[in-house]
Write a protein that binds this ligand. Structure first.
Ligand SMILES: Cc1cc2nc3c(=O)[nH]c(=O)nc-3n(C[C@H](O)[C@H](O)[C@H](O)COP(=O)(O)OP(=O)(O)OC[C@H]3O[C@@H](n4cnc5c(N)ncnc54)[C@H](O)[C@@H]3O)c2cc1C
Ligand SMILES: NC(=O)c1ccc[n+]([C@@H]2O[C@H](COP(=O)([O-])OP(=O)(O)OC[C@H]3O[C@@H](n4cnc5c(N)ncnc54)[C@H](O)[C@@H]3O)[C@@H](O)[C@H]2O)c1
Length: 465
């Protein structure tokens, strides 16, 4: 660092422009503070560019393809159709561009400065931003927020790096339907892509080291998801340890694994790695700022999202927060309130989520597994989706609704839905939980007929076990 060059001073300096970070920028700049955000590539972070929103765009198109394939079932005759992947990709790109434009307008409107540059700390509280043309700027902030996110983990398996596997970033840019896509990881990314790509016409094989897909969930959920995927012709290779990879993704790949002690080789044309995330904390000079990391390389924060360096905060996935956009957005509220002198903590907050398979799986609060492991006594309400008249009217009756209610009170402990509209119906229960309403108030509510949330009346009128 050249001692002659004085860093430009901001009230708030932010590294990374993800969900929580950009909300902080717009909020404080809107209040007249001098704010800068340093972002190396994606205006608005991962969600609008390479993660949630583009993946849901492509998943929706795949659902249309699925419905076209099922057209006879609806009494609609379509003789021939083909998938035009460049057009699928263009539609997604148009959506992304629209979102980027909205973000740029919000930067302009709020007065926050967006610096498109790669950032790294070069001294205590001093950030060096390297622009695309090589120009460097030194910046400092009275408060600093780090929101650099994560990237896809690519394990050091022999042949893996040489195979140049796709991650979600490249998979969202495909202009061909892979003939046979092998997916490593049966978590959120793996399952959403597996179904979408199958619906575009790929053969799909999903490999996971666990015995079940999204293995943290209750067995009825994982069983339901597994049969959904298998019914659509997706092959699941579970309890598998990948030994080596050969070939190049996009041409041909061979994945050698051992499953239940037996070695086997899968052959495909493309390989997608969806095996978890790695925090973006390497080589950005965090040691120079005094920001400590956890054993897994995430930024160590307290429940106020303060790092070990005074005046330096962290938000989103890099801070080890649950890996969802709405949680990164809640991290914004926590840091905003604390910067304004409050005491807002992350402890005990709700973490709802929705897996965007079709049908969806959504959950808020406790699973049965968790209640049992904590020795919490509960009553279980559970009905198949056939009890939901809206689902009957659509003839989309796969799945179930279930709710855990505290045994000695009417308090809702957790709710899970696997079925059409699962994400929307979960939000209804979540709001009841926020308002500390007993489950009986949902049972007795007048809910419009026939809507998916009306199914809550059927759920809570059923006999609990
Ligand atoms: C395929 C996929 C689908 C998903 N779908 C959903 C979903 O449906 N719903 C949901 O809630 N969540 C979903 N997620 C998770 C969600 O995308 C993330 O939780 C969310 O984007 C996290 O945001 P963040 O604030 O941690 O940072 P990010 O959005 O990751 O932003 C970090 C930013 O920092 C930048 N950056 C990093 N290092 C530097 C540096 N040195 N200099 C400058 N800039 C830097 C990066 O370029 C990036 O733009 C999905 C994730 C994936 C991968
Ligand atoms: N709808 C949503 O909200 C949504 C969608 C996509 C992603 N996300 C978020 O992004 C995060 C990351 O998603 P992800 O799918 O990459 O991770 P994940 O943690 O959900 O799943 C990774 C899976 O890969 C498996 N795996 C890891 N290494 C392996 C190996 N060597 N061999 C075989 N299996 C292996 C793991 O056992 C796990 O099942 C999720 O946890 C989620 O929070 C959310």
């Amino acid at each position: 660092m050249d001692p002659q060059v004085q860093p430009e001073v901001y009230d708030l300096l932010i590294l990374g422009s993800g969900a929580g970070a950009k909300l902080l920028a717009w909020t404080f700049a809107g209040q007249g503070q001098r704010v800068a955000v340093v972002e190396r590539k994606y205006v608005g972070g991962a969600c609008p560019n390479i993660a949630c929103l583009p993946s849901k765009n492509v998943i929706h198109t795949a659902q249309i393809a699925h419905n076209v394939r099922r057209s006879e079932e609806f009494g609609v005759s379509i003789d021939n159709f083909r998938i035009n992947m460049p057009a699928v990709r263009d539609r997604k790109r148009r959506m992304v561009q629209g979102l980027v434009d909205t973000h740029l307008a919000l930067y302009k409107q709020s007065g926050a400065e967006l610096i498109m540059a790669s950032g790294r700390f070069v001294g205590p509280r001093v950030l060096e931003a390297t622009l695309a043309d090589g120009t460097k700027r030194l910046l400092t902030g009275k408060n600093i927020v780090i929101g650099t996110g994560t990237h896809a983990a690519i394990e050091n398996i022999p042949g893996m790096a040489a195979a140049q596997p796709l991650t979600h970033v490249e998979a969202l840019e495909l202009d061909v339907v892979p003939e046979h896509l092998i997916i490593l990881g049966a978590g959120y990314v793996g399952l959403e892509f597996a179904q979408a790509m199958r619906r575009f016409g790929s053969q799909v094989t999903v490999v996971d080291r666990n015995e079940r897909v999204i293995h943290g969930e209750d067995e009825d959920t994982t069983e339901g998801l597994q049969s959904l995927l298998e019914d659509e012709g997706i092959k699941l290779v579970l309890n598998a340890k990948v030994k080596s990879v050969a070939g190049v993704s996009g041409q041909s790949v061979r994945v050698t694994l051992s499953q239940n002690g037996v070695e086997r080789t899968l052959e495909g044309t493309h390989l997608l790695v969806a095996a978890g995330r790695v925090p973006n904390t390497k080589d950005i000079g965090l040691d120079l700022v005094g920001v400590e990391l956890t054993e897994r390389g995430y930024i160590k924060v307290n429940e106020r999202l303060e790092t070990s360096a005074p005046g330096v905060w962290a938000v989103g996935e890099v801070a080890g927060s649950p890996q969802f956009t709405h949680i990164s957005e809640d991290d914004f509220r926590v840091v905003r309130d604390n910067l304004l002198g409050g005491n807002h903590v992350t402890t005990g907050r709700q973490v709802p989520f929705c897996l965007f398979t079709d049908p969806e799986f959504a959950r808020i609060g406790m699973t049965e597994k968790e209640a049992r492991s904590k020795g919490i006594a509960y009553r279980l309400f559970k009905v198949p989706m056939t009890h939901v008249l809206r689902a009957r009217s659509l003839m989309e009756t796969r799945g179930f609704l279930k709710c855990l209610v505290e045994r000695d009170s009417d308090r809702i402990l957790g709710f899970a839905a696997f079925g059409v509209g699962a994400g929307e119906i979960m939000a209804c229960v979540q709001i009841a939980m926020l308002g500390r309403m007993p489950y009986t108030s949902l049972r007795e509510a007048i809910l419009a007929h026939p809507t998916i949330p009306e199914g809550l009346i059927a759920l809570f009128s059923s006999a609990a076990s």
